[in-house]
Design a protein around this ligand. Structure first.
Ligand SMILES: Cc1cc2nc3c(=O)[nH]c(=O)nc-3n(C[C@H](O)[C@H](O)[C@H](O)COP(=O)(O)OP(=O)(O)OC[C@H]3O[C@@H](n4cnc5c(N)ncnc54)[C@H](O)[C@@H]3O)c2cc1C
Ligand code: FES
Length: 1381
């Protein structure tokens, strides 16, 4: 049968925010997000909900991307095809409430509770809670917490968001209830008064606002619009209603459909279409199954459940939970539902089908959770291939690649009811939520008395089809649930294992990746299952807290202590309401029609691009753009390089920009460009070790002798112990949710206006003027706000803006370039990795006498900020400690990678890590508690001077340390941890305290000015300043300072967009310091204005005998005819305290690099799941000196955000590069910033009170970055928990742990590997005589072959860039009887 497009042309019809939308000839390839974006230009009511990351294929959880669909299922608009919305009702954040009309309570509570910083994720957060509430009933706090399983926020610490949601819950905490009370009830009168066309009447609808209820489509309407097909440019979409519908003229009869799939290999059945990112290909014919009646069946009988092929994973979950409610004697239905909840996130589960999941698993080797779950549940499927009535049935264990014909339609899933069965599914990912599992295992048991009657053991690994272990099942059946059975089952399981390697984790210096961890995980799972089964069948009772995996608990309200000064109160951001309603504008929201640009990147580390033959295909080494230019919609391919005679490339380099009429076309065009590079990857330098060996220095950034104090040799001589060590610190991606984005608009006289997402707009302006060859004044750079920045938008925004500007200049049309997450990680560098060698001399009591540090950083291809960064890294090493003799050298190494750059805290985390690693090494070698070593070496007020001689003014770190230890009951809780650890074998706790001193330097931002204009008519004020709003709340703080300084009401103040035309010569927004600098600049301007207003005030006071109101005062100054006052003033902050500030002759006015220090202390407690390596932070306490806070709510938000960013760095985020230097951990798919479960459940913060900083702006200090380092307390606590495991196993408690401290690294540091793998290995060695029993005994361990956890001891060593390798030279064992003996 040949395929022909349908004749009928149906319009696509759906409701959008309550209005019927018809789209004629919709494009089946278009995603909902694209439609919403395009519509926004025409109709401001139809928005996308705030910021946008274009990465549709990834389908990740960049939180902006949610819409509510129909009955308040959430959908990811990046994944949802527009045509799949036919007949549905879609609600975006703009439909929930708006600033102009009325806010929904969800929006209000998030805004009031500081639930946002940059706000890019906020619309998604609003939709998340909104949809939960609308889905019916009052959720519990736990449900509302778990509802965050698909939302990532890079700025906040999640707590404020989770609390805002909790305020709606049936069991809301008192704090959450307080928030609800604070926000008050919904103001229906106001809402009616302001109501736009969507809101009819609020009165009838109750407190959660109105009209966002789904418009009830009539059955008649739905009937009339069914059976549609859409066809455009060779792509077709069918949405049939029945398998055998013969009424329709469309090609939707099923037998024909099956035939089409045969003749048209690129035809697909789809349900959610969520796997599009996985299959990575465009399909010509898509046939949506959601409406097919026969596939929407759900049968629940006493013998089990049957699900139709159009049911989603969420349908399965809900049906199983209902089944459990009815069949209360069963355990497996809820346990299976819980297992299925591990699939992706609830937005995806609401769209994605079980059938698609099974198929991508066998076709693509996808690491499915659903498959092993169903396998252990003994599920079967039904499918048809040629005739809808000819249904075949297949056991899931037989569903292997090729088992069903390619044109098979999966019609049913059957799950049998097994009475008395005990079921469990286990899985571990790099992060708790939204992280593919390293390995998953489902188990099911039935007992007959004391013996196992029936067993299922199902395993799933990435790249291998999940399978059952018949050998393990064989061992179990007929056996008792005891240690011997467990040992044999583990061994049998490994014999059966269909293990596949996972390339993502195999890197340039760690070819094995995480394979050994993945291979061994099921042993721990089986052990856990035995524990739970013993408990369930009452064979043995285990402490409940040791069973299963670490639970996810709702985040408690922060216990926050702070002090407010008049005018400097805890207030939400000025734009908070705009952020929750999606009405604010980011760069890509600017409503300017423009072409789209997508860059072509180099994927090799070295090579020569000798010619750029733009139209020729026969060029050996160059770029062939001919195929790209053939694509309809591609306008041009713009070269990026200037002179291309002998052009050396490096990984991630932008080579060309494909410009097209849509984002999708530009991306397709970039994919069609052929890049040919000679001598690819020859002599590539990727890692630090390679760079050090090749002596590849970044010369201009090559600092030496950063610190040189005292006499090292004398210090070593005076020491009781001298030792050396090496440590590696890994890099980190900044990962703002808004990626690099620019929109260049050509202006008259060769001018260019560039909107871009930036922290360095004036730097961009200057660079673009050079690139375009025009005077600097011809380029204007603007920004309303950035959706996060965190460093790389200080310098790495320039290539993006330059590409847009060059293309716009060439084509004389506006061009926008917006990077996706994956693209950004390929093209833009991040935090520098460091290798450090140290030699330390120390006395017996732990007092450090001498320390010599040599460090090397991976700078990437250019020096960018590396010079300064190395300086800061070196100066961060001494931290709060007193080092009598110290030398630090930091070297910058050049590699063929994208330039590494500033990332939050700019070198300090790396320096701090080295410092604390040294302190831990001292403690470990002396066998003393690490806190004792910290205390004994900590500076006091009397000797608080840095090794380079700078006094640490207003030093109070020692006081903060003592106070926090007391307030947080450190000593008692440390004992409690010890007691817990003594009682629990497989769960351990650790608690750790760290101090902090962080040097700040005004020089990075000094000179950034402000302009304050008072509008004479009403006294309102517009403030322009040179800082960038990146989520740190700079606009709000400046407005507060202006309000306090002028004595004018805050709500009369507006802070305008950042604009190089208005405030010139701004410096970078970074180093945490710009807010202070700009606040002071604005204060200086206000002083001038007050001087102007003074005579008017004096006159009014004299005349009226009272202080005039602000509008009266301004009116007086503005009303003098013929003599109007200048109600406009500029200000600038020129600090004179550091060595970069000079007089006109260039003489330095200060001595040191930095101006002042902030101090703090942090204590964290964590719990460790020994068998999986997972960590949950239980509680963190922070005491921090921020002087007199300007806005404590914003300050604490910054603090918590930085802290959680630090948790990501130390524990979860792992940039991995292959031998070409290409990033392996691309996008949210592979890169794992923390989500809500990674955040401490309890968070207590105190901003030191009665503590104004005399040198600071209105007594304040900076805060954006330093608290990052306090997250080291979480790492420290994790290490203590690991040490406790090691101690129990008779292993040295002192060990070195490189970072990030990921689950696999933790588990290996515990030295609990695989029983059978290791025991097999040991047995083999023993037979060959290679294993020395005496050595085992010397280690204090009894060698018991066949012990449950007989492990290969693998000393982790770390290579350049913090990537790991494993030395299997030593062996140890841990024996533990499953019955707890
Ligand atoms: C961000 C993200 C994270 C994820 N994380 C996880 C995870 O942690 N664990 C996990 O298990 N899964 C995960 N998934 C996978 C997700 O569960 C699958 O994408 C989903 O199950 C596929 O369902 P779908 O209905 O969207 O399939 P579609 O995309 O519609 O189809 C997928 C494939 O199946 C075929 N197909 C679909 N239905 C049928 C049918 N009835 N008969 C014949 N062929 C059919 C299609 O032709 C296509 O080839 C994740 C997905 C995303 C996008
Ligand atoms: S506020 Fe959530 S990403 Fe910025």
């Amino acid at each position: 049968m040949s395929f022909a497009p349908p004749e009928r042309k149906d319009p696509l019809q759906f409701f959008l925010n309550g209005e019927l939308v018809k789209v004629h000839e919709p494009d089946p390839r278009q995603m909902l997000i694209e439609f919403l974006r395009d519509s926004k230009a025409e109709n401001s009511a139809v928005g996308s909900g705030g910021g946008l990351d274009w990465n549709q294929e990834e389908g990740d959880a960049l939180g902006d991307s949610l819409v509510a669909i129909q009955e308040y299922d959430l959908a990811n608009k990046r994944l949802k095809p527009l045509v799949a919305c036919h007949g549905l009702s879609v609600t975006t954040v703009e439909g929930v409430g708006s600033e102009r009309r009325c806010l929904h309570q969800v929006q209000k509570r998030i805004a009031e509770n500081h639930g946002m910083q940059c706000g890019f994720c906020t619309p998604g957060m609003v939709m998340n809670t909104y949809a939960l509430l609308k889905s019916g009933g009052k959720p519990t706090a736990e449900e509302s917490m778990k509802n965050y399983d698909g939302n990532i926020c890079r700025c906040t610490g999640y707590r404020n968001l989770v609390q805002a949601s909790e305020s709606f819950c049936s069991d809301a905490s008192p704090e959450a209830q307080q928030l609800a009370e604070k926000c008050g009830a919904h103001d229906a009168d106001l809402c009616d008064k302001l109501s736009g066309r969507w809101v009819e009447s609020c009165h009838a609808r109750g407190p959660e606002h109105a009209k966002m209820d789904v418009p009830r489509q009539s059955d008649a309407w739905l009937m009339a619009i069914q059976d549609v097909s859409f066809f455009k440019e060779g792509f077709a979409w069918y949405a049939p209603m029945s398998l055998e519908d013969r009424r329709s003229t469309l090609i939707n009869r099923w037998e024909e459909a099956l035939e089409i799939k045969k003749s048209k290999p690129r035809a697909m059945y789809i349900l959610g279409d969520t796997a599009k990112g996985i299959r990575q290909a465009a399909y010509e014919v898509l046939r949506r199954l959601a409406g097919v009646t026969e596939l929407n069946v759900l049968e629940k009988t006493g013998t089990g459940l049957t699900f139709g092929g159009a049911l989603t994973i969420q349908h399965l979950v809900e049906a199983l939970e209902q089944y459990q409610e009815v069949h209360t004697q069963l355990q497996w239905p809820k346990a299976l539902a819980d297992g299925l909840k591990n699939v992706a996130q609830h937005h995806i589960r609401s769209e994605a089908g079980w059938a698609g999941n099974l198929l991508i698993t066998i076709q693509r080797g996808f690491p499915s959770d659903l498959f092993p779950c169903l396998l252990a549940a003994d599920a079967e499927i039904s499918f048809v291939t040629s005739n809808a009535r000819d249904e075949k049935r297949l056991a899931l264990m037989d569903l292997k690649p090729g088992a069903v014909p390619f044109n098979a339609l999966l019609t049913k899933l059957h799950i049998p009811n097994v009475e008395g069965a005990f079921f469990k599914y286990y899985r571990v990912g790099q992060r708790k939520w939204l992280s593919h599992c390293f390995a998953g295992a489902g188990f099911r048991l039935q007992m007959d008395g004391a013996k196992v009657k029936d067993a299922r053991v199902a395993l799933g690994y990435w790249a291998a089809t999940p399978s059952r272990s018949s050998k393990a099942e064989g061992v179990l059946v007929g056996s008792q649930l005891d240690t011997a059975t467990l040992q044999s089952a583990i061994r049998a399981l490994h014999e059966d294992l269909e293990f596949a390697e996972e390339r993502q984790f195999q890197t340039v210096d760690n070819p094995e990746g995480k394979d050994s961890y993945r291979r061994n995980l099921p042993d721990g799972y089986l052990f856990k299952f035995f524990q739970e089964a013993q408990n369930h069948f009452k064979i043995k009772s285990w402490p409940p807290e040791e069973l299963g995996t670490l639970p996810v608990k709702p985040l408690k309200a922060g216990d926050l202590k702070f002090q407010e000064a008049p005018g400097l109160e805890n207030k939400p951001q000025l734009s908070a309401m705009g952020l929750t309603t999606g009405s604010v504008r980011y760069t890509d929201d600017q409503q300017i029609p423009a072409l789209f640009g997508y860059p072509v990147l180099s994927e090799v580390a070295t090579g020569k691009l000798e010619h750029l033959e733009w139209r020729s295909e026969d060029d050996e080494n160059g770029i062939d753009v001919s195929e790209a230019l053939k694509i309809e919609g591609v306008v041009d391919v713009v070269e990026i390089g200037e002179t291309l005679g002998d052009w050396r490339v490096l990984t991630g380099q932008q080579l060309a920009l494909v410009v097209a009429d849509s984002y999708r076309t530009a991306k397709r065009g970039a994919g069609a460009v052929q890049v040919k590079i000679a001598n690819a990857n020859e002599d590539a330098i990727i890692t630090l070790d390679q760079a050090i060996a090749a002596e590849s220095y970044l010369d201009s950034a090559h600092f030496r002798n950063t610190v040189d104090k005292g006499d090292l040799e004398e210090g070593f001589k005076a020491s009781d112990l001298v030792f050396e060590g090496t440590t590696y610190v890994i890099g980190q991606h900044a990962f703002p949710l808004e990626k690099q984005t620019a929109l260049a608009v050509p202006e008259e006289k060769k001018g260019m206006t560039v909107w871009h997402s930036t922290q360095g707009h004036d730097f961009t302006r200057a660079k673009l003027a050079g690139v375009l060859g025009v005077p600097g004044s011809s380029v204007v750079c603007k920004q309303s706000r950035a959706g996060g920045a965190f460093g790389p938008k200080n310098s790495r925004q320039v290539p993006t803006a330059a590409m847009a500007a060059v293309a716009a200049h060439k084509l004389d049309k506006a061009v926008r370039v917006a990077y996706e997450a994956t693209l950004e990680q390929l093209a833009v560098g991040g935090r520098h990795s460091f290798k450090t060698q140290y030699k330390v001399g120390v006395n017996k009591d732990g007092k450090i006498q001498a320390c010599n540090v040599e460090s090397w950083c991976n700078g990437g291809c250019t020096h960018d900020f590396t010079g300064f960064l190395n300086l800061e890294m070196g100066e961060a090493i001494p931290s709060v400690y007193w080092w009598p003799n110290m030398k630090i050298n930091v070297h910058a190494m050049k590699t063929n990678l994208p330039s590494n750059t500033a990332v939050r805290s700019f070198g300090s985390p790396q320096g701090n890590f080295v410092c604390e690693a040294i302190i831990e090494d001292v403690a470990g070698r002396l066998g003393k508690p690490v806190e004792e070593i910290r205390e004994i070496n900590m500076c006091t007020r009397e000797n608080a001077v840095t090794p380079w001689g700078q006094p640490m003014e207003y030093y109070n770190a020692d006081m903060l340390w003592k106070k926090l230890k007391q307030d947080a009951s450190f000593v008692e809780r440390e004992k409690q941890c010890e007691a817990f650890n003594a009682q629990h074998r497989w769960r351990k706790r650790g608690i750790s305290a760290v101090p902090l001193a962080y040097g700040h330097c005004y020089a990075y931002a000094a000179g950034t000015g402000a302009l304050v204009n008072i509008h004479g008519d009403d006294g309102s004020v517009t403030v322009h300043h040179g800082g960038c709003e990146i989520g740190q709340g700079i606009h709000t703080k400046v407005a507060q300072v202006v309000a306090v300084s002028l004595g004018c009401p805050l709500d009369l103040i507006r802070v305008a967009d950042t604009n190089t035309e208005v405030v010139p010569n701004a410096r970078f927004t970074g180093g945490s310091i710009t807010t202070e600098v700009v606040c002071e600049a604005a204060r200086q301007a206000c002083k001038q204005l007050l001087e102007t207003l003074r005579p008017h005030r004096e006159f009014l006071v004299k005349r009226d005998s009272k202080e005039p109101s602000w509008p009266e005062l301004v009116a007086a100054a503005n009303a003098v005819l013929g003599h109007q006052e200048k109600l406009s003033a500029t200000g600038i902050f020129s600090p004179a305290g550091n060595k970069y500030t000079t007089d006109v002759e260039g003489n330095a006015l200060g001595t040191y690099h930095g101006d002042y220090f902030t101090y703090g202390a942090g204590i964290s407690e964590v719990e460790l799941d020994v068998l999986t390596g997972e960590i949950r932070p239980l509680r963190s306490d922070i005491l921090y000196d921020v002087g007199q806070s300007i806005n404590p709510g914003i300050e604490i938000g910054q603090l918590e955000g930085a802290f959680v960013y630090g948790i990501g760095y130390y524990l979860y985020e792992e940039p991995l590069r292959d031998a070409r230097g290409v990033e392996r951990s691309q996008g949210v798919w592979a890169y794992k910033p923390p989500m809500a479960p990674e955040v401490p459940i309890e968070f207590k913060v105190e901003l030191l009170r009665d503590n104004p900083f005399p040198k600071g702006v209105l007594g304040s200090k900076a805060i954006g970055e330093p608290p990052f380092m306090l997250a080291y307390s979480v790492l420290g606590a994790a290490k203590k928990a690991i040490a406790s495991v090691r101690k129990e196993n008779g292993l040295p408690e002192h060990f070195q742990m490189p970072m990030p401290c990921t689950v696999d690294a933790i588990q290996k540091a515990c030295l609990l590997g695989s029983a059978p793998v290791a025991s097999g290995w040991v047995e083999a060695k023993a037979r060959s005589g290679a294993v020395d029993d005496a050595r085992w005994r010397a280690l204090g361990l009894e060698l018991r072959l066949g012990g449950v956890f007989l492990v290969g001891r693998r000393e982790r060593s770390c290579k350049a860039d913090g990537q790991m390798s494993w030395d299997t030279s030593q062996q140890s064992q841990v024996t533990q009887d499953v019955t707890g003996a």
